[in-house]
Design a binder for this molecule. Structure first.
Ligand SMILES: [Zn+2]
Length: 403
């Protein structure tokens, strides 16, 4: 069976975009560092040309320039190493999807290997995004998966998220500063909301003069685009802490920390091109939907794990207890041709394993029914119904024709 390369690429795209985005951010950091230092150096050297400066001071300035340059070199080496790492990761991810172009068959061992690696990566990504970092590291251990998942990014995400929930804003502000240009590009209000929270905390601690100074320093950049909102926030200076007016109360309430945490999560995903729903979830939902039929959930005996029927039901992934909840809201598969499967083995019924019915109406594949009876030692000339356990003479078996 063949597959569509485009469809497979959809699941790989976010990982490739993420590592490319990291490469872009790293490059910008290198550029900014160089521009900043070269500007500082050129202005210091220009100042040194003045004859009025004593020679000792000039020597001191040059010494400090040399030491600044040494630090710059160290920093650039670190950034260069990070760049190499991001290039290597991007290359590996592209090579991984490219391997598919050499695989033609979905049933081939090469595809099985490839899809197993991909499944592990999706699971590792899911665990990282949900804070199970140690488990993800264990899963990736001793394999190329370390290069395929973004442990550092998710660790940083978790640290910042935890710090917000601990009501600390330093780390998220540092993250905003690192990504300021992209946050501006996507018109993010995360930094504004964080600054507002700092202001609110000062108001809540009754440090009104400090709050006014804070507003003067940090709200200036936002007055053009968010004037109304800032006026509302400024009114908090005159509103009692116990106010019941909802538009003011929502700033003072503790629930604002949850709002900030969820705003950070959303912004982080946007900046890093991450899907808000995990790719593992999307892949499972797509798979379940392609298997879901109107017969799913139509069972009475699922709670009885010892019955044959419930074990047959467990062969349907949609009906398994762990996945049935997830599949409940999914649409049915668009199936234009019926496929009849053996209720004993789940294998497809065809001319080799044609369907037969016992007198009680239960239908099985002839091959698997005989094999099951042989294993269970049924008396010769008889066939036992695996479902009811009742014996029937073999000649009462009827062929089933599906029209
Ligand atoms: Zn089912």
């Amino acid at each position: 069976m063949s597959f569509s390369l485009e469809q497979q690429f959809m699941l790989e795209k976010p990982g490739i975009l993420l590592s490319f985005e990291q490469l872009r951010l790293n490059f910008k950091l290198e550029l900014r560092q160089l521009e900043h230092e070269s500007h500082a150096m050129s202005s210091t050297l220009t100042a040194l040309l003045q004859e009025s400066i004593p020679i000792e001071s000039k020597v001191q300035e040059i010494d400090s320039l040399v030491s600044r340059n040494r630090n710059l070199k160290k920093k650039m080496v670190q950034l260069r190493e990070a760049e190499e790492m991001h290039i290597q990761r991007t290359r590996l991810r592209l090579q991984f999807i490219n391997t598919l172009s050499q695989i033609e068959d979905l049933d081939s061992p090469e595809y099985l290997d490839w899809s197993r690696t991909r499944l592990n990566r999706l699971i590792a990504d899911y665990m990282l995004a949900n804070g199970y970092h140690d488990s993800a590291i264990k899963l990736c251990k001793n394999s190329d998966l370390f290069e395929m998942v973004d442990i550092d990014i998710y660790k940083r995400y978790q640290q910042i998220l935890d710090s917000i929930l601990r009501r600390e804003l330093k780390e998220v502000l540092a993250w905003c500063a690192e990504h300021r240009s992209i946050l501006k590009k996507i018109s993010s209000t995360l930094e504004l909301e964080i600054r507002i929270q700092r202001f609110v905390e000062l108001v809540k601690s009754n440090k009104k003069v400090q709050a006014i100074n804070f507003a003067k320093t940090y709200f200036g950049n936002w007055t053009k685009t968010h004037a109304g909102r800032l006026q509302q926030v400024a009114a908090l200076l005159a509103i009692p802490y116990s106010t019941k007016i909802s538009r003011y109360n929502e700033y003072l309430s503790d629930q604002r920390w949850d709002f900030l945490a969820s705003l950070f999560s959303k912004t982080f995903s946007q900046v890093n091109c991450l899907s808000s729903v995990s790719i593992l979830h999307i892949a499972i939902a797509a798979g379940l939907s392609s298997l879901k039929t109107p017969s799913c959930y139509n069972y009475e005996d699922a709670h009885n794990s010892h019955s044959f029927q419930s074990s047959a039901i467990r062969q349907c992934p949609v009906c398994t207890p762990n996945l049935s909840v997830l599949a409940q809201s999914l649409p049915y598969a668009h199936v234009t041709q019926s496929v009849i499967v053996d209720s004993l083995t789940g294998a497809r019924l065809d001319s080799d394993n044609r369907p037969v019915a016992l007198p009680n109406g239960h239908v099985y594949g002839i091959k698997s029914l005989i094999a099951w009876n042989e294993v269970n030692g049924t008396q010769e000339g008889y066939l036992k119904d695996p479902f009811s356990g009742k014996d029937y003479p073999s000649e009462l078996l009827r062929k089933v024709y599906v029209v």
